[in-house]
Design a binder for this molecule. Structure first.
Ligand SMILES: Nc1ncnc2c1ncn2[C@@H]1O[C@H](COP(=O)(O)OP(=O)(O)OP(=O)(O)O)[C@@H](O)[C@H]1O
Length: 539
């Protein structure tokens, strides 16, 4: 029999199949979305608090008795004495029976107990050790169990700035780095697009936090590495089509938001005249760029194809910008790129963690189109690698965490063009489950993430969100119960609503994420201003 906590209230009424009303003692602190056990003789059910109000027996809207007694000092004690919480709840799980609790049933707090047997019964799962224990169900000490088997159905982590997303992602990385499955230490292989350097310490001072199941951890930067914990990121352009590269080079000239299609078509034509294997020599080296520029200025065909000399001049100047930025400044292209299929193989075999540091420190001055080129490159690489592995008979799995997802798969409402990433990420999202890619999309603004990709996420971690995002969150998650939805725009930092396939609870749940100071010290975390002001600045 499942353990129960303290009795804190009583059921007064049952209405529709799953809804009940009851009274709860005012000494017990409650919040919407909190879970309780309901005991009807020997039948236990799990209920979620949907709505509640504090009521007092002196209060009656029709009889203004309260008004008359408020002048008395003792009135407050009196009011307190007779206050109860009127609670509306819905049954979300029944333990071994099919009935709804009758009036008179007891409302019980969740027990303190959280051993394996209890969790197994509570969630109705066989092997608790197959699950990841995440946070604590609100108002209790019971962890939420997450099922790793649904991780390839993709995950979304959303919340406004300061709502606790990065800390949550750090906590998830920590959990997924220290897995113990059938007694064996392991980890989920991961590549992280780290927008603000929030995970960079996992490759340096806090490596021990994520090395329980990993044997390989690396941080990539787009500048000269400052220590041997850093590797310069280089990519291989032969993974792209001439059209992708042409669009990218032309868009770079216009700050990424516009593509002049005439110029792009011309460059596409010129690049297509070359073998794909040559792209790194051609577009990755200053001499190669000069060669292409010469081809454009001296090629008779170009005029015959209808391109004007002003289009040709514009393409030549776009190539100049590409050369200055991508080749000379970022030194981004290499035939032996620092992330390639061999590295993915190492990441898989060693259960590795690759952090692509896109912060101002790791990638100073790198623009969004270039970041998109890199994300697109990694997506293609991942799909190629995992597809080959699958067809040669071996199932692999790599998670791809993308922060600021709206920059790579924007919705039509977001004023940024991302052709180069959108297509490859949509492919990853649709094919991912088959080949073993697990996308973790992190964003402050789910409204600005492509609706189609949003619809392919199947597990959500919702932190406090902006009001404007509520409708996107509701439609992406397939709806949240009203009790949780109405609190979503005012959730406290440290609380998250977890919904979807990975949750062993099967219904959305409010979860508290425990604070660990070591996990909490990272670049993006916000120090308290009052403490910072009194620090000794001469140190
Ligand atoms: N579980 C938690 N418990 C207590 N405090 C927390 C918790 N999570 C986050 N915080 C506090 O809130 C601050 C902001 O959290 P976090 O950096 O995760 O926000 P964010 O949603 O990632 O913001 P941004 O989108 O601006 O990066 C942290 O510095 C920390 O002080």
């Amino acid at each position: 029999m499942l353990a129960e906590g303290k009795t804190i209230g009583i059921v007064l009424q049952k209405s529709e199949a799953n809804s009940i009303q009851g009274l709860i003692t005012p000494e017990y602190e409650v919040s919407p979305g909190q879970l309780f056990l309901i005991k009807d003789n020997n039948k236990l059910s799990l209920a979620r608090l949907e709505n509640y109000e504090y009521i007092n027996e002196f209060y009656d809207e029709k009889i203004p008795i309260v008004k008359n007694i408020l002048s008395e000092n003792t009135s407050f004690d009196l009011l307190n004495m007779n206050t109860v919480i009127k609670a509306e709840m819905s049954i979300i799980k029944r333990y071994g029976h099919n009935s709804s609790p009758m009036p008179g049933s007891l409302i019980k707090a969740l027990p303190e107990e959280k051993d394996e047997n209890f969790l197994s019964e509570f969630y109705g799962v066989k092997n608790v050790s197959d699950y990841v224990k995440y946070g604590r169900l609100a108002g209790s000490d019971i962890p939420l169990l997450l099922d790793l088997n649904s991780v390839t159905m993709h995950v979304g982590i959303f919340g406004e700035t300061g709502s606790g997303k990065s800390y949550d992602m750090r906590y998830l990385i920590y959990l997924l780095s220290n897995l113990k499955i059938m007694g064996k230490n392991t980890a989920l292989p991961m590549i992280i697009i780290d927008a603000n350097g929030d995970y960079a310490d996992f490759a340096t001072i806090n490596m021990d936090l994520v090395s329980g199941g990993r044997k390989w951890i690396k941080k990539y930067v787009i500048r000269e590495p400052k220590s041997d914990t850093e590797t310069r990121l280089t990519i291989d352009l032969s993974l792209f089509t001439p059209k992708d590269l042409a669009d990218f080079i032309i868009s770079l000239k216009y700050g990424g938001n516009e593509i002049n299609s005439l110029q792009s078509n011309l460059l596409d034509y010129v690049i297509s005249q070359h073998d794909q294997k040559e792209y790194n020599n051609l577009l990755g080296k200053e001499e190669g760029i000069s060669l292409i520029q010469q081809e454009i200025s001296s090629n008779q065909n170009i005029k015959e194809l209808g391109f004007s000399s002003s289009t040709a001049r514009a393409v030549i100047s776009a190539l100049e910008i590409f050369k200055d930025r991508i080749i000379k400044r970022y030194k981004l292209v290499s035939n032996s790129s620092s992330i390639n299929e061999q590295i993915l193989d190492v990441i898989w075999k060693e259960k590795g963690l690759a952090i692509i540091d896109f912060s101002a420190d790791g990638s100073p001055g790198v623009d969004i189109p270039t970041k998109q080129l890199i994300v697109s490159y990694i997506s293609r690489l991942l799909l190629n690698y995992l597809t080959k592995a699958k067809y040669s008979g071996s199932q692999r799995l790599i998670a791809f965490v993308i922060e600021e997802a709206q920059n790579y798969i924007p919705s039509n409402d977001y004023p940024i063009s991302a052709n180069i990433t959108k297509e490859s990420l949509v492919t990853l999202a649709t094919q991912g489950r088959k080949f073993g890619v697990s996308l973790f999309l992190v964003s402050q603004r789910p409204a600005f993430v492509d609706k189609y990709v949003l619809s392919m996420l199947n597990t959500f971690f919702f932190h406090r969100i902006y009001h404007e995002d509520l409708k996107y969150v509701m439609s992406a998650s397939g709806g949240l119960p009203e009790s949780l939805a109405k609190g979503l725009t005012s959730l406290d930092t440290g609380y998250v609503i977890v919904s979807g396939l990975m949750s062993a609870l099967k219904v959305p749940a409010l979860v508290r994420i425990p604070w660990d100071p070591r996990l909490g010290s990272y670049a993006g975390s916000v120090e308290r201003i009052d403490r910072v002001l009194i620090e000794d600045s001469s140190k």
